[in-house]
Design a protein around this ligand. Structure first.
Ligand SMILES: [Zn+2]
Ligand SMILES: [Zn+2]
Ligand SMILES: [Zn+2]
Length: 88
């Protein structure tokens, strides 16, 4: 587990998606590819493969570094600040 940064290390309880939709894409009627859940505030947003990249925009704008995958069967965390990745 050498790639874990302090942000990921600080996540004690994984926040899961309340609904499997991108909250921002829903507002503008956009499509998304994959979903990520912010581990600071619990917002579920779309990944960098999606046209609007709401998760990474949110991470920068809100200063919330860590997301968890909200895709079924995926169990990992990612830190945008450190480009660090960890399975759980
Ligand atoms: Zn980090
Ligand atoms: Zn989105
Ligand atoms: Zn957040």
């Amino acid at each position: 587990m050498a790639d874990i940064c302090a942000h990921i290390d600080g996540v004690e309880e994984i926040k899961h998606a309340k609904r499997r939709v991108c909250e921002e894409c829903m507002k503008i009627g956009a499509q998304w590819q994959h979903l990520r859940t912010c581990q600071s505030c619990g917002a579920t947003l779309c990944c960098d493969s999606s046209p609007n990249r709401h998760a990474s925009k949110h991470a920068r704008a809100a200063g919330h570094p860590v997301v968890a995958s909200a895709e079924p069967g995926e169990r990992w965390l990612y830190c945008f600040v450190d480009d660090a990745f960890a399975e759980y």
